[in-house]
Ligand binder design. Structure first.
Ligand code: VG1
Ligand code: CO
Length: 543
């Protein structure tokens, strides 16, 4: 095969967001779009020459085409080795694990996560560094700068590499190693958790359903939950990954995973239910008759992690993204460990994990994970829950009720206004920003504001600073509203409003979250004029 140099001109808007570059699939399918961005990645990391990279994606539409382009470019630019998941498949946490376990320079993950897939839906490309985590802003800024300067890219002219079977190919001087996407990841899970204990627990009659939502976790869950842990066949639902995820949003929340939610609320509910997203890094946890909010799940996992083998020695610390509820802070306080507050996006946990300051991290958006990889990890969260339930012998509902009794309950909900006019959304944020100084001491919807600011983060490890990471309003008694604009959307703006209130009275801990948060919700609208500015009567999604 021959190496050719193709002239190109910069394409606008190749700026990585909260988690890589996400756009409409058709945008990625435009001439030079993928090539330009991949060239920008290589340029941004100082070239592909001599490097070993991991490559894989969640199997969505266009995954197969983009992979071949990246392989041809890596070979043309002298990469030493590319480790690719069989069929081009790797879940995000499995990719993170391979980057680390094989001591590689980094990796490229193809996914738009929980966004729908297909020719008319979404696609994404993300670069992870050698620690296995999403590239920090310093690196994504370099990639963006490179995308604005690109004038040519080098690519090999060759047949497609056969990724269907495990084995090694050579393209120019580059070794292309096709690996089983599940094997190393499943082995890692076996080292972290007590598989014998969980197997016994499942054999004793504890029942579960895991909804893979026709996304990447199907084969992982089949192997781990059914083959290795002995859950009866059929415990994993929608296990077949499909390029369009069966037409749904592979987003594990009560709206998009409603069939599972309905099952868990029905007479036929199994003891435990869970789901994961497109690329396998998110999780939703359910018990018979109960949905566990991600913020509560994080708090429960931090409180009980010592029951699983990997964490018996206790945790070094915990971290949550700023909009995530402060439920975990109370747990960390009782355990006497540090609790860090970072901006939204897993990349901000990387330094804390690398420096050994924290063991478990989490986000309100259904992401939890630990220092075993540098991404959030859906199946890891499911297995930690199962390990804890097996050890305590409690049901999900009971465990959660006990947790609230010991720590208090942080009622929590997130309201999303999707596809809002970008100007209106920015106007809303600008207006709020301008009024922050005047808010403390004022009353809104019967609640007294105690503090109002815009979150900025100074990384305690490398002293980098991230500004404008969300506007927060705090109320007397522990209530809080956070406003931020999404950094993963592909059309218009998405306004996220995060709502939280603290309840210490045991008799008031079983309320519906929307009802318990009614004051805070009213205050959020009054403060920002959401209905008026967006023209929306209510949010599109409440989680
Ligand atoms: C969202 C979530 C954030 C998460 C990010 C990537 O970002 O809020 O917590 O880290 O998605 O998750 P944003 O900017 O849209 O709020 V995933 O599973 O989409 O990689
Ligand atoms: Co995801």
């Amino acid at each position: 095969s021959e190496i050719i140099t193709v002239e190109t001109t910069p394409i606008e808007g190749q700026k990585p967001g909260t988690s890589g570059l996400r756009k409409k699939t058709r945008t990625f399918m435009e001439p030079h779009y993928v090539e330009n961005f991949v060239q920008a990645i290589f340029d941004g990391i100082g070239g592909a020459e001599g490097k070993t990279l991991v490559l894989g994606g969640d199997g969505r539409y266009f995954n197969d085409r983009a992979i071949q382009v990246i392989l041809r470019m890596a070979a043309a630019q002298g990469a030493a080795r590319v480790i690719v998941g069989q069929g081009g498949i790797l879940s995000t946490p499995a990719a993170s694990n391979l980057i680390r376990s094989r001591g590689t320079d980094g990796g490229i993950i193809l996914s738009a996560s929980h966004n729908p897939g297909g020719e008319d839906e979404d696609f994404g490309i993300k670069y992870n560094t050698g620690n296995g985590g999403p590239a920090p802003e310093e690196v994504t800024n370099r990639i963006f700068e490179a995308s604005r300067a690109v004038t040519a890219y080098r690519i090999a002219e060759s047949q497609d590499i056969d990724l269907a079977a495990i084995g090694t190919h050579r393209l120019i001087e580059t070794e292309i190693e096709v690996v089983d996407p599940v094997e190393d990841y499943a082995a890692l899970m076996e080292r972290l958790f007590d598989f014998d204990r969980i197997r016994e627990f499942l054999a004793s009659g504890f029942t579960l359903r895991f909804d893979a939502m026709h996304a990447v976790t199907g084969p992982y869950a089949k192997e781990i939950l059914e083959a290795r842990l002995g859950a009866p066949e059929g415990s994993v639902l929608n296990a077949q990954p499909l390029p369009d995820f069966g037409g749904g949003h592979p987003d594990p929340n009560p709206i998009w995973a409603k069939p599972l939610l309905d099952l868990m609320m029905s007479q036929d509910a199994p003891d435990f239910g869970a789901a994961s997203d497109g690329d396998g890094d998110r999780n939703m946890i359910l018990g018979r008759g109960i949905y566990v909010t991600p913020s509560d799940s994080l708090a429960v996992l931090v409180a009980n992690a010592h029951l699983a083998p990997a964490y018996t020695g206790g945790l070094k610390g915990a971290a949550r993204s700023m909009p995530t509820s402060r439920a975990v802070d109370r747990v960390a306080g009782k355990l006497g460990i540090d609790c860090y507050e970072t901006p939204t996006g897993w990349k901000f946990f990387g330094n804390l994990l690398d420096a050994g300051r924290v063991t478990i991290c989490g986000e309100e958006s259904a992401g939890t994970g630990s220092d075993h990889v540098r991404e959030k990890d859906g199946l890891w969260a499911v297995l930690l829950w199962l390990n804890i339930l097996a050890e305590t012998g409690k049901g999900v509902k009971e465990l959660l009720a006990d947790h609230w009794r010991s720590f208090g309950r942080n009622y929590y909900s997130r309201h999303d206004y999707e596809g809002v006019d970008a100007e209106a959304a920015n106007g809303l944020m600008d207006d709020l920003r301008g009024r922050l100084a005047d808010l403390p001491g004022t009353m809104i919807a019967n609640r007294k504001v105690t503090a109002a600011d815009e979150f900025a983060y100074d990384d305690p490890v490398d002293a980098s600073r991230a500004e404008r990471q969300g506007i927060r309003i705090e109320f007397e008694g522990g209530g809080r509203i956070v406003y931020r604009l999404s950094g993963t959307g592909t059309s218009g703006a998405t306004l996220r409003v995060y709502l939280e209130d603290v309840e210490e009275k045991p008799e008031a801990m079983d309320r519906d979250a929307q009802e318990a948060l009614a004051d805070i919700i009213a205050a959020a609208d009054q403060l920002a004029g959401i209905a008026e500015r967006t023209g929306r009567a209510g949010p599109d999604v409440k989680t």
